[in-house]
Design a protein around this ligand. Structure first.
Ligand code: BG6
Length: 512
């Protein structure tokens, strides 16, 4: 069966032909953090919700020696700790039987031959039908070795009537060249149809709802352009610091870690044209057009349109917090940014002259991701006279937490006078639908099992996004007059320079 026939975006609730299929999920890096915190808990939750295909075998592949039973025990502890739903013993027992451990070095050819034999056995014993989903949850340095060995063992090719797919975790490269190289490596073994590059923000319920909001309602789209929109803000704020990831973060920084992928993906969903249909490629074709239309920063513009910052010591919720440079594993003279704010322009008819301000930061006072669309002011007549300037209408899409959408508008304060105030119309997922949203990884794993790549990044999207980011990174490094790294106290909303970025345009950041 060709991958194209399986693709069926926005599976739930719309047409429902593509269903997750029986398969073996092989997780490379099975003893790592991602497997413990996200992948196995997500698979358990899918099972608990009764959505797992009838036959799924999860094979953890890693270097350390371990028996199936030891692996199951370890995964049980992790799932009890990190699962969205409380683990129910009877469901866990059933689920645990489908967990297996395969010990091998990533570079050991024989280990992959044995894996192939084991997967064949599982097909017979568990009914996984020759379908394989390879999940690369290792550091990217291992990708090439794993791909090579999968190829040698013939595991990249599925038998007639079955499929083989690969899910790649971020970071997908560190710049355009490395991303291209990685793409070439992966595609020497797996076609683009078989390749699922994960961006977990796309699996978040509210991110998916952006398309529904825009294209399933008649009232927003006519206003969704430069005539009516003044500007857009996209914020991803975290109270967390670098945690135990200094090794990775020191060479990544906020721009590569969050903007190149998650934030640009959100920007594309907000900015794209209506797709011709809901096919994975139709949607991704439109997203990639947005990335292609992003105005590339010149070196001079990087100085004026981009602010980079790093947290100094401070306090969050009354707790003292160390400076980034004092964190474990961080160079005391580190130049890595933990905050970045950008004023982005999209050069197309819809968005001409509408700035899209994007900011992301660690150790901010509050965690939250949201997109706010600020509409132009009502004409300055009648109620909106200079003596009583009214606020703008603002549509806020809360990605997390408290997922929902609100619209700020003007209303008359009750009474005999004509006082006008801003009020909020609010939709909360929790109260409207009465059930918790699944974790992004749940949705994405199911989509990969169903062959639906809509919520995964395509090769051209990733490469174009890197080209945009590279121009900024290049201006930041190794130049005597490189833009400075600003500092901000942990627990503040970022450097003052980021406020000035908007103030220069007569605007300010929305308070989360
Ligand atoms: C990851 C970044 O991709 O996303 C982290 O590497 C960041 O630095 C995380 O903390 C945020 O994701 P979420 O889902 O917790 O908002």
């Amino acid at each position: 069966m060709s991958e194209k026939h399986l693709a069926n975006p926005l599976r739930e609730g719309l047409s429902t032909k593509a269903v997750p299929q029986p398969c073996a999920v092989v997780i490379f890096g099975a003893t790592g953090d991602l497997t413990h915190r996200k992948l196995v808990p997500a698979l358990y939750n899918i099972a608990a919700d009764g959505e797992l295909p009838p036959a799924v075998a999860v094979v953890g592949f890693a270097r350390r020696p371990k028996t199936d039973d030891e692996f199951r025990k370890e995964m049980e502890e992790a799932t009890r700790k990190f699962s969205r739903q409380t683990v129910r013993d009877e469901i866990w027992e059933g689920f645990a039987k489908s967990l297996y451990y395969h010990q091998s070095e990533f570079g050991d050819e024989a280990g992959y031959q044995k894996l192939a034999a084991r997967l064949d056995r599982l097909d017979k014993e568990s009914g996984t039908r020759g379908n394989r989903l390879f999940y690369f949850a290792t550091s990217p340095e291992q990708f090439e070795t794993i791909v090579e060995n999968l190829k040698k063992a013939g595991l990249n090719k599925a038998r007639e009537g079955s499929w083989a797919r690969v899910i790649l975790e971020k970071p997908f490269g560190t710049d355009l060249n490395s991303a291209r190289h990685l793409n070439r490596v992966v595609q020497s073994a797996f076609s683009e149809d078989q390749t699922y590059r994960i961006d977990h923000f796309l699996g978040k319920e509210t991110a998916q709802n952006i398309l529904v909001l825009r294209f399933a309602n008649a009232i927003f789209e006519p206003l969704w352009n430069t005539r009516y929109i003044d500007h857009v803000q996209i914020t991803a704020a975290e109270t967390l610091g670098v945690e135990n990831r200094a090794g990775y973060y020191e060479s990544a920084g906020a721009l590569r870690d969050m903007v190149q992928n998650h934030l640009l993906q959100l920007l594309c969903l907000v900015g794209m044209e209506p797709p011709t249909d809901l096919g994975a490629d139709s949607i991704r074709d439109e997203k990639v057009k947005v990335v292609r239309s992003l105005r590339r920063f010149t070196e001079a513009e990087v100085k004026t349109q981009v602010v980079r910052g790093q947290y100094a010591q401070g306090a969050i919720n009354g707790q003292a917090v160390a400076a980034y440079r004092a964190e474990n594993g961080v160079d005391p003279k580190s130049q890595t940014e933990t905050y970045v704010a950008l004023r982005i322009l999209v050069d197309n008819w819809r968005w001409a002259d509408v700035p899209i301000y994007v900011r992301v930061g660690k150790r901010l006072p509050k965690s939250g991701t949201e997109i706010s669309v600020h509409f132009k002011k009502a004409p300055q007549v009648l109620f909106n006279r200079e003596s009583q300037a009214l606020d703008q209408n603002v549509l806020v899409i809360r990605i997390q937490p408290d997922e929902g959408i609100s619209l700020r508008m003007q209303a008359k304060v009750p009474g005999t006078s004509f006082r006008i105030e801003s009020v909020k119309m609010d939709f909360h997922y929790g109260t409207s639908f009465g059930k918790a949203s699944p974790e992004a990884y749940e949705r994405l794993l199911l989509d990969a099992m169903a062959g639906d790549a809509t919520l995964f990044a395509r090769r051209d999207e990733v490469e174009r996004a890197w080209a945009f980011i590279d121009a900024i990174e290049e201006a930041w490094v190794a130049k005597e007059d490189a833009p400075k790294l600003c500092t901000y106290p942990a627990g503040s909303w970022g450097p003052e320079e980021a406020d000035e970025l908007l103030a220069r345009d007569g605007r300010r950041w929305r308070r989360l």
